[in-house]
Design a protein around this ligand. Structure first.
Ligand SMILES: Nc1nc2c(ncn2[C@@H]2O[C@H](COP(=O)(O)OP(=O)(O)OP(=O)(O)O)[C@@H](O)[C@H]2O)c(=O)[nH]1
Length: 340
């Protein structure tokens, strides 16, 4: 499973950067040729040539998603300097400043909402100063209509880019949450378990897992109906969260849950016992019916070199032991049972 598929922003930015590099790279190469051979503007032609080469090199990296943040930022800085210098060095009548309209969209797409806003505003101010300086001091007033039109158009593009980026971000977060949450109980789901386990494993954390199963859940469904069964699943989730913490609880399916803890086996066993007691101690009330619910738990610690499946199997075996020993108990090793 490739969990980086969840990072839509990263993937989108790599693709936008790739597309931008190839488009701007080709345009910069054409502009370099025109500037050098047609208008003999050697310095700007030279800058565009370098930019085209940089674009190609970053394009290759963006395709492989191997570029660094610093490389991306330097590329955007180069683009900003190039556009600013081109506006500065060419007569206003050539309309080179229209290239600046590209910048806010690019900044928002590649830098996100906050940085995109700041850098776009800095660019707006810089290009206005640039336009103002194009007239001799005595005639500067003549630049005002150009500056006003430029600013209004630039701010419109900036506004649209801002709204787009903040909504894209919200939609991505909502989809992310939807993909990783169990709709009935609000606990995380099996996919989230794999993702979190993999992240925490990479961070080298001590990890233990509790596997929890509601005792005689079929009988609850059969006696009181599925709606009450669903309520029991929700209340059990809340009681597990109350002891273990909200972000640690996963519904594996049916009436089986997992809890992922950053602690060694003994500590995890004591949390498991806390969960068992919290569920056993107070009756559940659903649809006017009072029900007594108990759970059984198996606990295992991730040892070096063990796969996720190995540890879950071990915790499952211990859960099975807890069930066969009479339920409503925690088993944390082959011979230790924290009996109720
Ligand atoms: N209400 C409800 N029931 C579910 C859901 N998912 C699974 N079940 C039921 O959960 C029950 C699981 O029963 P079993 O696996 O036999 O286990 P049990 O009755 O809890 O028995 P032990 O685990 O041995 O204590 C089945 O009746 C399923 O239909 C759900 O989302 N809602």
């Amino acid at each position: 499973m490739r969990f980086d598929a969840f990072d839509g922003t990263q993937t989108l930015r790599a693709r936008v950067l790739g597309g931008l590099c190839i488009t701007l790279g080709v345009l910069a190469a054409l502009m370099a040729i025109l500037n050098i051979y047609w208008s003999q503007s050697y310095f700007i032609g030279f800058l565009e040539g370098i930019f085209a080469a940089l674009s190609y090199s970053l394009y290759v990296k963006a395709k492989r998603q191997t570029y660094t943040l610093r490389e991306k930022n330097y590329y955007l800085l180069f683009l900003f300097v190039l556009v600013t210098y081109a506006i500065y060095s060419k007569p206003l009548s050539m309309g080179v400043y229209v290239w600046a309209f590209l910048l806010p969209t690019i900044f928002y797409l590649l830098l996100g909402k906050k940085q995109g806003l700041v850098v776009s505003l800095v660019s707006l101010v810089a290009q206005n100063i640039n336009i103002a300086l194009k007239q001799p001091a005595a005639d500067m007033i003549q630049s005002i209509p150009v500056m006003v039109n430029f600013s209004f158009c630039y701010l419109s593009i900036l506004g649209v880019s801002h709204v787009y980026e903040s909504n894209r971000n919200k939609v991505e977060q909502a989809l992310h949450e939807l993909a990783l949450t169990d709709a009935l109980t609000g606990a995380k789901n099996r996919l989230a378990f794999k993702k979190d386990r993999s992240t925490q494993h990479q961070q080298g954390k001590v990890l233990s897992v509790l596997v929890l199963d509601i005792d005689h859940f079929k009988a609850i469904n059969d006696t009181y109906g599925h709606e009450v069964g669903d309520d029991v699943l929700k209340i059990v989730t809340q009681r597990i969260m109350a002891v273990a913490g909200e972000g640690t609880v996963y519904r594996q399916g049916g009436e089986e849950f997992c809890v992922l803890l950053n602690c060694p086996l003994l500590e995890a066993a004591s949390v498991a016992e806390g969960i068992r007691a919290n569920i056993d101690e107070a009756d559940f009330v659903s649809q006017g019916t009072t029900i007594h619910v108990t759970v059984s738990l198996g606990v295992a610690e991730f040892e070096f070199g063990q796969s996720e499946d190995d540890v879950l199997r071990l915790a499952d075996e211990r859960l099975y032991t807890a069930k066969t020993k009479g339920r409503n108990q925690v088993v944390a090793s082959h011979d230790v049972s924290l009996a109720s």
